[in-house]
Ligand binder design. Structure first.
Ligand code: DC
Length: 241
């Protein structure tokens, strides 16, 4: 396998990017970083500290010094020994369970449109990938964070399928929500993420498109592993467990 491999996975909300990224990291023994968790973490911090969040048309009007607001914020990941999963820690507090709720989901696209937020998080993300051996998922990983990544995937799926999958997932976790509320949130985030001024969601020119509307988790993993093998980035033995 290529040493220092960097895999970038971008795409629309609730396309299964993190499911694919985690599966690839496990199969190829790479570090997995969920960049969306970082934007969610900052959003949680803003909500907790009642820091005003500008809407798209207010970005140039509101004159907050976001660099100063963000200065004391430290973000890191720690492995949960019981589950083996990587969890987000903000200023020493594990906030993994707080960042997936609908309130954070409602505001996160607005917070992630703030230039200073993106600058801070992109710097951290590039630091995490400095040595390679990493799979990172998000919206701007192949375009901004790692434009020279060895391998880039751009994920899409029909919005109704995405909402259905996310609804099922939240229901299983006991979160009280409705299909329509999720569909609305996904549609709004897709719009905000694609239309913001700084690092909007775009397919990188050299990214491979993966539409998983009709693929299950195993099929999408096999699809990507085969592409990696065709590009000589991994060996044939990685194709089978
Ligand atoms: O991956 P996610 O749905 O948990 O991400 C939450 C939000 O964070 C998403 O709607 C947009 C933002 N985000 C971003 O702007 N850039 C990234 N690299 C990752 C996420």
């Amino acid at each position: 396998m290529k040493t220092n491999l960097i895999i970038a996975i971008d795409g629309y909300s609730s396309c299964g990017k993190s499911t694919l990224a985690k599966a690839l990291a496990a199969r190829l023994q790479l570090i997995y970083v969920d960049s969306g968790a970082m934007y969610r973490g900052i959003t949680w911090y803003f909500l907790e500290n009642k820091i005003p969040v500008p809407l798209a048309d207010e970005l140039d009007v509101l004159n907050y010094d976001y660099s100063e607001i963000l200065q004391p914020v430290e973000i890191a990941f720690q492995i949960n020994r019981a589950s083996g999963r990587s969890e987000i820690v903000l200023n020493g507090q594990n906030i993994e369970n707080q960042i997936r709720n609908l309130e954070v989901s409602k505001w996160v696209s607005h917070v992630s449109a703030i230039k200073e937020v993106r600058e801070k998080l992109v710097t951290i993300q590039q630091g995490l990938g400095k040595k390679g051996g990493i799979v990172m998922d998000g919206r701007d990983i192949g375009t901004t964070v790692f434009p020279h990544a060895d391998f880039k995937i751009f994920m899409t799926a029909e919005v109704g399928i995405r909402a259905k999958r996310r609804f099922q997932e939240l229901k299983e976790k006991g979160v009280n929500t409705s299909y329509n509320e999720i569909l609305k949130n996904i549609t709004e985030r897709d719009y905000e993420d694609t239309n913001r001024k700084v690092s909007p969601l775009r397919k990188a020119k050299d990214a491979i498109e993966l539409n998983n509307t009709h693929l299950d988790e195993n099929e999408q993993l096999e699809f990507v592993l085969k592409k990696l093998e065709q590009k000589n980035l991994i060996e044939t033995r990685h194709l089978t467990k």
